[in-house]
Design a protein around this ligand. Sequence first.
Ligand SMILES: [Fe+2]
Ligand SMILES: [Fe+2]
Length: 366
Amino acid sequence: MVDSLKRPQEDSLKKADFEEIRPGIKAPASDTILTPRFYTTDFEEMAQMDISINEDELRAILEEFRTDYNRHHFVRDEQFEQSWESIDGETRRLFVEFLERSCTAEFSGFLLYKELGRRLKGKNPVLAECFNLMSRDEARHAGFLNKAMSDFDLQLDLGFLTKSKDYTFFKPKFIFYATYLSEKIGYWRYITIFRHLESHPENCIYPIFRFFENWCQDENRHGDFFSAIMKSQPSILNDWKAKLWCRFFLLSVFATMYLNDLQRKDFYGSIGLDARDYDIHVIRKTNDSSGRVFPVILDVDNPEFVDRLDIAAAANSRIVEIGKSSQPKAVKVLRQVPHIANIGWQMLRLYLMKPIDMAPMREVIH
Ligand SMILES: [Fe+2]
Ligand SMILES: [Fe+2]
């Protein structure tokens, strides 16, 4: 459906080579295994959840959400009021792509939380209000990013995106693992960029990054909310299946980011960051954060971990290169198969690496 609507515009080709569905409205990037997804879940199961054993913490988080620390934060100031033609060529393309991916990920959170807020209303009031207030935050984040895209003469039609994207169904416990991680990794991504540009202001070529410090606190609070929900459902954290799933989600989230970012290292380069160092830092920090709630975390400091990610990232680059060639589709797929198999193999080996069990460490802390 999206394909039939794609209409290259001469104007956009000149500027950044993007396809538009209407003038100034960018066609959403086509879905691959590495693009941000939209989620749906079993709303009834979530509504029936008994949160009583951790209700105090959840109510405390709800109070924080109600306080709305960032009510006045997302206001475009005079720093945006200039022409951004100076960001051109490949940097411009990478910038728009970064904004689009971030906007889509934020908007995906908005849609899921909004729907959860609606469906849980009257059935599980504490959770319903938390979800509503988180959807408020994500709407601001997505809106701010989409407005930033308009500085580059493009925007996303979020209504169109809502209808055209596929939704992935996850049972509630998988939604919790996945959203907890995406909120925490989002926090570490934003704060790491912010801190880097704070110490290297000459690399801050566009003002949106200055907003990341308060912005990422929203993501941190969202992550804490999911952590509190998981603690209210000990069964999803304390059996052998939980350990296997936590490993799976940690690895999926880390590998997806790594493969995506290494493919776009020029974007990170344009703001003075080394994509690989940046990702390794974000992975370490997110892994450590996860250790406060997950029963296991990954042994990311073992050199084998990054080595295998590097092999997978190189295979991914080959897949992308082959995809860009002008050969017939069947030939391209055949040439891609060994690289896809290689990534699969690396992921399997990474998954089977001995994880770090957090239970004994928590006992020491207690
Ligand atoms: Fe967000
Ligand atoms: Fe968030």
